[in-house]
Design a binder for this molecule. Structure first.
Ligand code: UDP
Length: 328
């Protein structure tokens, strides 16, 4: 039985990942400070037995705490580093915390892992990164070797992508310099049950509004596009990458490559919910702040993950919306 550490394991993606890792027969330790995650995400019938038998251990704390990190890393085989500041609304309102929470803990973890590696104890490291690292690259489809094109430093949104890009640079530096086995995944708009709309994410907000019969608020003209992937498909991709020797030392896009406009998304949610809700439009200035700059189009090239582990998303957008509606 492998022992795995999942940082941010009480979060939306983290909690789904923890369930899958336990189902695969691993022992899992979760570290989370509940800044955006909820331990309630791990209070599921399927996890009761794992908790009782110590197959699942939950530690409340920050991975910015060096002592805690050292304790948690004493006998692990793999680290899944998902703890990070998330959500455009949160980032716009707390750019200072975003930068610190994304960079400092990653550095602490990697320093410890490199030290262990040099003592002959190789621990595999998974970094959860984001499509935000591409910034506003104008290419219609983004592949992993494309340039990162951020906006001005006066626009706080870019602090998120830039700080996650630093995480990637750090991770790859540890791989090159010290031979640490690492895998980096860039998530593209992952959605599904347990995701909260509190930090700005569009689908849970639309689902909540449609079910309540309230208006769905579409930012700007709604012609900006995104590709949405179900968290269960994404978790399957993470497991596949961490199982593959061919993935080591590399960066992968994970997501769907089928774009939909935000206005069309709103209409689809209303239709599938059987709701009478209307659509309202709101400027970015009113939704975030005057300096807000959006990404108009975001589509991943998925060739690398397809050719490396044969992965592709299985669930369609309609499946995803139905699942989010059913999980409420
Ligand atoms: N958005 C929206 N209404 C909302 C929340 C978000 O129209 O209530 C828009 C947002 O401006 C962006 C898109 O939906 O253009 C996706 O936003 P989200 O925060 O989910 O993800 P990201 O911007 O990180 O892709």
């Amino acid at each position: 039985m492998k022992h795995l550490l999942v940082t941010g394991g009480a979060g939306f993606i983290g909690s789904h990942l923890v369930e899958a890792l336990l189902t695969a027969g691993n022992r899992v330790t979760v570290v989370d400070d509940e800044s955006t995650g909820r331990f309630a995400n791990l209070e599921r019938p399927s996890l009761v037995q794992a908790k009782k038998s110590d197959q699942l251990k939950i530690v409340r704390g920050s991975i910015g705490d060096l002592e805690l990190v050292q304790k948690c890393l004493t006998d692990v085989d793999e680290v899944y580093h998902l703890a990070a500041a998330v959500g455009v609304a949160l980032i716009a309102s707390q750019p200072r915390q975003t930068i610190e929470r994304n960079i400092y803990p990653t550095q602490i973890l990697l320093d410890e892992l490199c030290a262990q590696h040099q003592q002959g104890k190789p621990v595999k490291f998974f970094l959860a990164s984001t499509s935000e690292v591409y910034g506003k690259n104008p290419k219609p489809v983004w592949n992993e070797d494309d340039d990162l094109v951020f906006g001005a430093t006066t626009k706080p949104r870019w602090s998120y992508g830039a700080s996650k890009a630093i995480d990637e640079f750090l991770t790859l530096a540890c791989s090159r310099q010290f031979g640490l086995p690492v895998v980096i995944a860039r998530f593209f708009n992952v959605v599904g049950p347990r995701q909260t709309g509190a930090y700005g994410m569009v689908l849970p907000r639309f689902v909540e509004a449609a079910v309540a019969g309230r208006s769905l608020t579409v930012h700007d003209d709604g012609n900006q596009t995104r590709c949405f992937a179900h968290v269960s498909d994404v978790v399957r991709a993470i497991l596949g990458l961490m199982d593959s020797p061919d993935a080591i030392g590399r960066v992968f896009n994970i997501g769907s490559d089928r774009p939909i406009s935000i206005l069309q998304l709103a209409e689809r949610v209303i239709a599938l919910a059987g709701s009478k809700s209307q659509v309202d439009f709101q400027s970015y200035r009113d939704a975030y702040d005057a300096d807000f700059e959006d990404i108009r189009r975001r589509v991943p090239d998925l060739t690398r993950i397809r050719t490396t582990i044969g992965w592709q998303a299985q669930l369609t957008l309609d499946d995803i919306i139905r699942d989010c509606l059913a999980a409420r």
